[in-house]
Design a protein around this ligand. Structure first.
Ligand code: F6R
Length: 242
C-alpha cells in the first residue's frame, strides 16, 4: 500500500487526477471504477481541466460506477447518474454509451445485481477503482456488517449513511433507504484501487481502516489485503495516524 500524505483537499484532488490521468495515458481504453460523494468532486474538476487543455482523451475510456440509490431515476438530481453527468461525463469526451451505473429504477432487484456484475465482467474487470471512505468505514455502500458481501447487491443504508447523505436532499426523509452497490469482492478484483480521504471527520476511521484489524465491521479494512492500493489523504485525515 502506498500512502500519499498531502497538505489539503486541493492537493489531494490534483494528485488523484494525475493518477487517473496516468492510468488513461497508459491504457486509453481502460475501465475506470468511479465514485460519487463530495470527495472526488475536485478530482473530476481537475480531470475536466486536463481534457480541456488537450492533455487527456476519454474517447476510449469505459467506466463503471460503484453504486446507485434504488428507486430514483437518472433524471433525478440526487441520482448518482445525474451526479456523474454533472461532475464529469458532460465535461469530457467520454462516450455515454461507455459509462455504466446500476439502474436504480429496475424493479427486478436480483436481476439488476446480476446484470451489473455481468457488465463489469464483460468489460474485462476494473483497471482502477476510485473510492471514497464513509464515516463508518463503508466503501461503495458496503456498510459495516458481520460478513463481506461478495458481489453487487442491494443494501439497506445505515442510519449514519442516511444522516451523512441528507445534505444533498431536502430532508433525511427523502434519502432513499436502499442502494445498489458493487460488493467487496467486486471491488477487491479491481487491479488497482485509489482511496481518497479528506478532512478531520475521517481521521479515526482512516486509522481503523489502514491500521486496525481486517473486519467486515470496518469494510474498508479489507483493502489491507489488496496488493495494489494507493491512498491519498490530506493532513486533517491523517491526524490520527501518528
Ligand atoms: C460514493 C460511495 C460512498 C462514498 C462515501 C464517502 O459512490 O460509494 O462510499 O465514497 O460515502 O462520501 P463523501 O466523499 O461524500 O464523504
Amino acid at each position: 500500500m502506498r500512502i500519499y500524505r498531502v497538505p489539503d483537499y486541493s492537493a489531494l484532488s490534483r494528485k488523484a487526477a494525475d493518477i487517473l490521468a496516468a492510468q488513461i495515458l497508459m491504457k486509453p481504453d481502460c475501465v475506470l471504477g468511479l465514485a460519487t460523494g463530495s470527495t472526488p468532486v475536485g478530482t473530476y474538476r481537475n480531470l475536466a481541466e486536463k481534457y480541456k487543455s488537450g492533455d487527456l482523451d476519454f474517447s476510449h475510456v469505459r467506466s463503471v460506477n460503484l453504486d446507485e440509490y434504488r428507486g430514483i431515476a437518472g433524471d433525478n438530481a440526487n441520482s448518482y447518474y445525474y451526479f456523474m453527468n454533472e461532475n464529469l461525463f458532460h465535461h469530457v469526451n467520454i462516450h455515454l454509451s461507455n459509462t455504466n451505473i446500476p439502474d436504480g429504477t429496475n424493479p427486478d432487484t436480483d436481476g439488476e445485481c446480476i446484470r451489473y456484475e455481468s457488465v463489469i465482467r464483460s468489460l474485462g474487470g476494473i483497471d482502477l477503482q476510485l473510492l471514497g471512505l464513509g464515516h463508518n468505514g463503508h466503501i461503495g455502500f458496503n456498510e459495516p456488517a458481520d460478513h463481506f458481501p461478495v458481489r453487487t447487491h442491494c443494501v439497506d443504508l445505515a442510519d449514519s449513511t442516511i444522516e451523512a447523505n441528507k445534505r444533498f436532499f431536502a430532508s433525511a426523509d427523502e434519502v432513499p433507504r436502499q442502494a445498489y452497490t458493487m460488493g467487496i469482492g467486486t471491488i477487491m478484483k479491481a487491479r488497482k484501487v485509489l482511496l481518497l480521504v479528506s478532512g478531520e471527520g475521517k481521521a479515526d476511521i482512516l486509522r481503523k481502516s489502514l491500521c486496525g484489524p481486517v473486519t467486515p465491521a470496518v469494510p474498508a479494512s479489507v483493502l489491507q489485503l489488496h496488493s495494489d492500493v494507493i491512498v491519498i489523504a490530506d493532513e486533517a485525515a491523517m491526524a490520527a495516524m501518528e
